[in-house]
Design a protein around this ligand. Structure first.
Ligand SMILES: [Zn+2]
Length: 83
């Protein structure tokens, strides 16, 4: 955990990878010990296909859009709003 001012931030895998980009030995170590686990179930296997969020994703009818992106593309997909 990193504390900036009075905010606490967690080091994500993405940031960790970015930090050691030019250092092949350290990158190999990060990939070995910090890479996210390959999952077979759970919400992380279907991220939003536009923004990559895993919260509020609509998987019904094979949509795989998060609720925010769905609002933007629903009309193009042929959904109609009745109320
Ligand atoms: Zn989205």
């Amino acid at each position: 955990m990193i504390v900036i001012g009075n905010r606490a931030m967690y080091m994500t895998f993405k940031n960790m990878k970015k930090q050691v980009e030019g250092k092949p030995e350290k990158l190999a170590r990060v990939m070995k010990f910090n890479a996210p686990k390959q999952r077979n179930s759970g919400r992380n296997i279907y991220p939003c296909r536009i923004c990559g969020k895993t919260e509020g994703v609509i998987n019904k009818y094979g949509l795989h859009y998060c609720r925010q992106c769905f609002r933007e593309v629903a009309k193009d997909l042929g959904f109609k709003k009745f109320n």
